[in-house]
Design a protein around this ligand. Structure first.
Ligand code: SF4
Length: 93
């Protein structure tokens, strides 16, 4: 059984969670990945895929964001990558 205190904590997490994630994405903690970034170079990330049928949008590590055309990439510290991008870590959904 959930007591009042636990219920209020779960309610707060459910209410504040998305706001915190949104705040983080606007606080400068999430950046658009540049092809020249060290981690991007290591993964041979490009903003426009040259591999047929493979791009960030259909990669399992991609999570759409509120920024059209960009999404968070788990392989690049959850920074934003172009949906048409690609890198060596691509894995199909
Ligand atoms: S891991 Fe997937 S989403 Fe991330 S840059 Fe590579 S192809 Fe794009």
């Amino acid at each position: 059984m959930i007591n009042r205190r636990k219920f209020m904590s779960l309610f707060a997490i459910g209410t504040l969670g998305p706001s915190l994630v949104n705040a983080m994405s606007h606080s400068g903690t999430v950046a658009k990945v540049k092809e020249s970034d060290d981690n991007a170079i290591a993964l041979k990330y490009v903003e426009v895929s040259a591999v047929d049928g493979q791009n960030c949008a259909n990669c399992v590590l991609y999570m759409a964001s509120k920024d059209p055309g960009w999404g968070a990439c788990a392989a690049l510290q959850n920074n934003l990558v172009a949906e048409n991008g690609w890198c060596l870590a691509w894995a199909g959904k």
